[in-house]
Design a protein around this ligand. Structure first.
Ligand SMILES: [Zn+2]
Length: 85
């Protein structure tokens, strides 16, 4: 029996991808933090590890829309850096 890997949807491109291939983000006030170990017990937001999805997210200010509040822009750069690692 193959091991079941949970999948989540990237909020930008809406692809279903293995959870551990995505970047998990947790809202914290007006910021988002990257949940590297994916174990923070809060509802997470998932995005691909790609600068393309990070750019698109930035253009659309997608996290501000999802969370219905103004999210600091720095997270988009953090995602790009993290995705490039
Ligand atoms: Zn994506």
């Amino acid at each position: 029996m193959s091991k079941h890997i949970p999948q989540r949807m990237c909020v930008v491109c809406r692809s279903m991808i293995d959870k551990n291939e995505l970047i998990r983000l947790i809202p914290e006030g007006t910021q988002l933090i990257i949940d590297e170990k994916q174990n923070i017990l809060k509802r997470g937001i998932y995005i691909c590890r790609s600068s393309e999805c990070a750019e698109k997210a930035k253009r659309k200010k997608i996290f501000s829309k999802i969370l219905r509040k103004n999210i600091s822009d720095q997270i988009y750069e953090e995602i790009k850096e993290y995705a490039a690692r």
